[in-house]
Design a protein around this ligand. Structure first.
Ligand SMILES: [Zn+2]
Ligand SMILES: [Zn+2]
Length: 90
């Protein structure tokens, strides 16, 4: 994708849609015109996660932290076992 930056890349979301659309009043055309959203049309990547994406990121982060904790706990238990084996010759 091209490196374009506009109001859409700063505010819209590929998943959650255009913050400005789907249409706007055009004075020249004297009618509603469909807003071309660079993000929604996959012309440019969005710069930031939108507010709803943010929520999903929070979930991801919580999940990752939980994963890391579980991995850390498993590692600590393994270490304890190894240490016990050394000390007690098990
Ligand atoms: Zn947009
Ligand atoms: Zn989003």
């Amino acid at each position: 994708m091209e490196k374009i930056k506009d109001v859409h890349t700063e505010h819209c979301c590929q998943i959650h849609g255009c913050k400005y659309g789907p249409a706007e009043w055009s004075v020249e055309a004297n009618s509603w015109v469909e807003i071309k959203c660079t993000v929604k049309d996959l012309v440019a990547p969005q710069s930031f996660p939108c507010e709803w994406c943010g929520d999903e990121d929070e979930l991801d982060r919580a999940y990752e932290q939980n994963e890391m904790f579980n991995r850390g706990a498993a590692w600590a238990i393994q270490q304890a076992h190894d240490l016990a084996a050394i000390i007690f010759g098990g």
